[in-house]
Design a protein around this ligand. Structure first.
Ligand code: UT7
Length: 314
């Protein structure tokens, strides 16, 4: 189990921003075109509406532009861009290249695909870059799931949507206390999308495994960080289904009141899900300096990832 070396160079968030798909789609809108209804979607998933539309680069530039403005830095001073996404605008080049140019960055840029665990994978990578000497890293999680969703398939269409969340990570007082990245490729066939196709999902099996791997990953991060469930001020779970979040919180013994929650508004936005929930909670004043925040995601792969940060750094 990887431990963070004691004398490693640390980093903390100094700016953040979010963006949602251009058009609001309610459950009633979906019920008008397929055999579903608002009550079922709310009860079984927690989703009330979602936002779709826009390209990956457009939403990424919007959220990252806000993050850079809040950090008050010159985009040319950023040393690396890491974009977590499952839905790049093109097969080649990486969408991070488009975003790098649009934002006026003068640095290396690459995409990370770890499905809905992507933002946490990218976060851990970004901390690694700072440990290797980068002063500032731009971190983005964006997905345009509407592009790979079959809008006639009620098993998936009620869940997925578009969004983006971004953060500037700057060297300084370190925030990362523990992390865990997992994958189990043997479960690949329960959630996948072929080139040119739509998301295929065994929902029940994904649900069953999701709770187990989220709890397992979160427990590993807590053990690495040397913290207990009662120390966690805010848990930021992947926003896939409110029942998955509730089951995971119960097993982790973290009260649901401590969970960051935007699923009712956003649906499942994959790589954007954790930053959307985290920065919503932060902007609502739910996180203060020194609070411990646990991010935990799961997704196709099946991947799982978690990280514990001390807000503001220590
Ligand atoms: O980022 C990771 C991505 N994926 C996930 O996180 C998915 C994880 N899985 C889930 O969230 C849930 O399994 C679903 C939301 C996909 C489905 O919920 P469920 O409680 O597992 O429903 P179910 O498949 O057991 O279906 C229950 C009933 C069935 O009807 P009968 O057989 O009881 O008459 C389904 O035909 O609900 C019916 N149903 C629907 N009804 C209205 C299934 N989908 C719908 C729908 N609207 N969209």
């Amino acid at each position: 189990m990887p431990q963070i070396p004691k004398d490693v160079r640390g980093a903390r968030f100094t700016g953040w921003g979010t963006a949602l798909g251009r058009r609001t789609v309610t459950n009633d809108d979906l019920a008008a075109t397929m055999d579903t209804n608002d009550a079922w979607i709310r009860e079984r998933t927690g989703i009330h509406r979602r936002h779709i539309g826009g390209t990956n680069a457009e939403l990424s530039v919007e959220s990252a532009g806000r993050a850079i403005a809040m950090a008050g830095i010159d985009p040319a001073s950023i040393d690396a861009l890491v974009l977590a996404t499952t839905t790049p605008d093109r097969a080649v080049p990486a969408t991070s290249a488009t975003v790098q140019n649009a934002l006026g960055l003068r640095c290396g840029a690459f995409d990370v695909n770890a499905a809905c665990s992507g933002f946490v994978y990218a976060l851990v990578n970004a901390h690694g870059l700072v440990a290797m000497g980068a002063e500032r890293v731009l971190l983005i999680g964006t997905d345009i799931l509407s592009r790979i969703t079959d809008w006639t398939d009620r098993n998936t269409a009620v869940l997925f949507a578009d969004g983006s969340g971004a953060a500037v990570l700057e060297a300084g007082p370190g925030q990362l206390l523990g992390w865990d990245l997992d994958a189990d490729g043997s479960a690949e066939d329960i959630l996948y999308c072929d080139h040119g196709g739509f998301i295929q999902m065994d929902g029940k099996e994904v649900f069953r495994r999701a709770v187990r791997i989220m709890v397992d990953s979160a427990q590993k991060s807590m053990a690495h960080a040397g913290v207990k469930a009662e120390d966690i001020a805010l848990i930021v779970p992947h926003q896939a289904n409110i029942r998955i979040i509730s089951a995971a919180c119960e097993r982790l013994e973290v009260p649901m009141e401590r969970a960051a929650m935007v699923i009712h508004e956003t649906g499942n936005t994959s790589s954007a899900s954790i930053p959307l929930a985290l920065f919503d909670a932060v902007d609502a004043g739910r996180v203060k300096q020194g609070d411990l925040v646990l991010m935990v995601g799961f997704g196709a792969g099946m991947t799982a990832a978690s990280a514990i940060i001390e807000w503001g750094g220590r």
